[in-house]
Design a binder for this molecule. Structure first.
Ligand SMILES: Cc1cc2nc3c(=O)[nH]c(=O)nc-3n(C[C@H](O)[C@H](O)[C@H](O)COP(=O)(O)O)c2cc1C
Length: 451
């Protein structure tokens, strides 16, 4: 089967996240290739293949149980990659043979640093065993009629990574995915795009660059920086699967709701759906608030559907349009503008002369920039500096900060608590690392504030 690894944007493998509904969601928004979550060969070998006539899916079900280990459907067959954890060539082949006819490619995980992987000789443990890598990949290549690939992390030196990548290329794999972090690196450490570039320069097969893609524009940025053929994204997609859309991200509330709908439709394992929702909520809000609590308490899709369907009334742009049509003075349209592109969308939809935004600006005042939003952390800090400079009423500054924090995080965490406790700009400046700025302004103040 033909699958082209060049110029593609891909959903990276993510344990408990990359199940069928999430893969279909990502593809709907624009992902060309979607990886499933890593499944260990031992686990697959305990399964039987079932055709599920009710859902129209192929299910790998653990024998003697109802547990669906892998579910796929013909619609995704040309783009789904089955990722496997293994430490043995023959076992990997036996397992891969159970799914290879239903997927576009089989990928071996050589990057997982978790102890269960390493102790089983899988994941990143393979990086120190080039002979075993060769054995696994050549065995799969020789015996499978499908694409075989693998995903690695960086080794200690760029030279070591390049040497390993060259050995991998010789096995005949169709592509190599490189996560630009070393085994000891944490997710918050920046991905080393320059070391991915070294691998790209040394190989002639397609290299898939991975690490720190958080916006659609980053797909191009990482390609330019590394020279890679294609790009793969994990956390950026988990937090908002519409990252794949060239039109820009949709509000995460809408994406989350669509994910719940797809999970219901494809009868996804409820534990995996809850896990994915919790990851999303923890990024934007926190589990201690009512939505998070609702997800945790949910025992069935009936419960989850109720949580996801909490009403959020959309602004009625069509009724603004009626006002615009009836007047000859300028009408300023207002409601549900959350991105720069929405200024144009609401103008087109309503015919209004101008647009006004409240929540979108409160959450990130750089919404007005045609270049795209700045990170809200930077905007918040700039707001604190301006509040100090103009000696704003501290109650109003604290209120605004709390609103921002409640949108992206929650007041129960340390930043929120810090804002609540602050009694002066000295306290706020300390909280945001702006002590020097505060001192400087106070020393040189031209205005007589009322402190
Ligand atoms: C929730 C989660 C689960 C992951 N599971 C896997 C996995 O099953 N297999 C794998 O190769 N990598 C896995 N990873 C690593 C990602 O595929 C990716 O390499 C890493 O997160 C860096 O990409 P990012 O900066 O876009 O997040 C996982 C990452 C996350 C956040």
């Amino acid at each position: 089967m033909e699958m082209n690894y060049r110029n593609k944007i891909m959903l990276a493998p993510m344990v408990r996240v990359g199940t069928l509904p999430f893969r279909l969601l990502a593809a709907e928004y624009g992902a060309d290739i979607t990886y499933g979550e890593e499944i260990i060969d031992h686990k697959l070998l305990k399964c039987e293949r079932h055709i599920n006539d009710v859902l129209g899916t192929v299910d790998l079900i653990e024998k003697g149980t109802n547990s669906v280990v892998f579910r796929t459907c013909p619609e995704e067959k040309s783009r789904v990659v089955f990722q496997m954890g293994t430490s043995d060539a023959v076992r990997a082949l036996n397992a891969a043979q159970m799914v290879c006819k239903d997927v576009a490619a089989v990928d071996i995980n050589m990057g997982c640093p978790k102890s269960f992987s390493i102790s089983g000789g899988m994941g990143a443990a393979l990086l120190t065993k080039p002979e075993l890598i060769h054995d696994i990949l050549t065995t799969l290549k020789r015996n499978l009629d499908t694409h075989v690939t693998c995903k690695i992390r960086l080794l200690k030196s760029s030279q070591d990574t390049v040497e390993l990548a060259r050995r991998i290329e010789k096995t005949g794999v169709s592509a190599l995915a490189v996560h630009g972090r070393k085994v000891a690196d944490r997710p918050r450490d920046p991905a080393k795009w320059d070391e991915i570039a070294d691998v790209v320069a040394a190989l002639s097969i397609p290299v898939i660059a991975n690490g720190d893609v958080f916006d659609y524009a980053d797909f191009e940025r990482i390609k330019v920086a590394t020279g890679a053929s294609s790009v793969m994204v994990a956390r950026g997609a988990l937090w908002n699967a519409s990252i794949f859309s060239p039109k820009g991200k949709l509000p995460w509330e809408d994406v989350k709701r669509e994910y719940v709908r797809k999970s219901i439709l494809w009868d996804n394992d409820i534990k995996s759906t809850k896990h994915t929702l919790k990851e999303m909520i923890m990024h934007y809000s926190c589990l201690e608030l009512s939505e998070g609590k609702g997800v945790i308490k949910s025992e069935s899709y009936a419960d989850l559907a109720k949580v996801a369907d909490r009403p959020r009334d959309p602004a009625k742009w069509d009724e603004i349009a009626d006002v615009v049509a009836a007047l000859s003075i300028p009408v300023i349209a207002n409601g549900d503008v959350f991105d720069y592109a929405d200024f144009e969308r609401i103008k087109v939809a309503t015919g209004a002369s101008s647009v006004m935004v409240a929540r979108g600006a409160l959450w990130n005042a750089s919404i007005f920039s045609p270049k795209g939003k700045l990170p809200w952390e930077d905007v918040k800090r700039e707001y604190v500096r301006k509040s100090i400079l103009w000696d704003n009423d501290i109650k109003s500054t604290k209120h605004t900060l709390k609103e921002m924090i409640m949108h992206y995080s929650c007041l129960e965490l340390s930043e929120g608590k810090g804002v609540i406790k602050s009694e002066s700009y000295a306290d706020l400046a300390r909280l945001y690392g702006e002590d020097k700025y505060y001192e400087h302004v106070n020393k040189h103040r031209l205005f007589c504030g009322s402190r």
